[in-house]
Design a protein. Sequence first.
Length: 325
Amino acid sequence: MPAGAFFPGPDGVNCSVGGLGEGLLEVGLDPSLAADSLGRGFGGDAANAVVMAARMGARTRLITRVGDDAAGRMLLEFWRAQGMDLSAVAIDDTAPTGLYVNERDESGGHRFSYHRTGSAASLIAARDARPATLAGLDVLHITGVTLSISDSAAEAAVAAARRARTAGTRVSFAVNFRAQLKPDRERMTAFARTADIVFLSGEDARGLLGVERIEEVAAALDHPAEIVMTHGPEPATFLAGTEQHELTPPRVTVVDTAGAGDALAGAYLAARFAGVAPRRALGYGVVAGALSCRASGCARSYPTAAEVSAAVLTCDGAQPGEVVA
């Protein structure tokens, strides 16, 4: 495990965070690069969240498929360096590893172009989420992208969530509504309603549910146990029953916002399932998401546990473990 085993639970053992979904090789088009250069990075929303959880010190496991190719080997090497358990990653010699182009602009915005049709990860199926691959997890993280990239991936997500619950594992769901994938709205909404923790952005809330406020999200989803809602640089909000918190991300020089929401989810889960209270866990999440914007690329830009902790503790006016609201 990388340095920074940050959140030992009550028994002294770090919590275990799993994720099911695609991993993608990133090809970066960055204004800071020479015209004949490309930036290499690593993405996939579920994989990103697991990377961030690993950097925060959680024990982690990724359930996915990669091709038997150079891109797949690069992903495996990167994930292995994070200390992630890759025993549930299947290598498919019949399908390629997917990739995406991250075209960044000078303001820190980005445009993604995906090349994932027929990829190994799009062929994830229910058989890839066997009970043995889920054993020992405290929480399983699944995203709306996994529900949308193929029917077999959606079936895998549903089967994995059902098997996880049977084993006493909580299920976390990041909506990550992507209209271009033509998601099944009913299936996505139904999945969110059964999740223990739901992550979404304001854009997700509008795209999937047609609502704006976190209270409206809770009502539309039949009041999940916990909801974390982000609004870019504006305050992120948490809602669980009558408990509600709002925290503002720290200011950073934004280079690339890609993957920030996944960083927030991974840090939040690592903290929350180690027994950290919701407000403090939200603080770690919003700080991790903000710090991830300081460099280009998705998972490669993620901060360490030490960086997140230092930023949480030094936000102007904050109490230890909190971020200024």
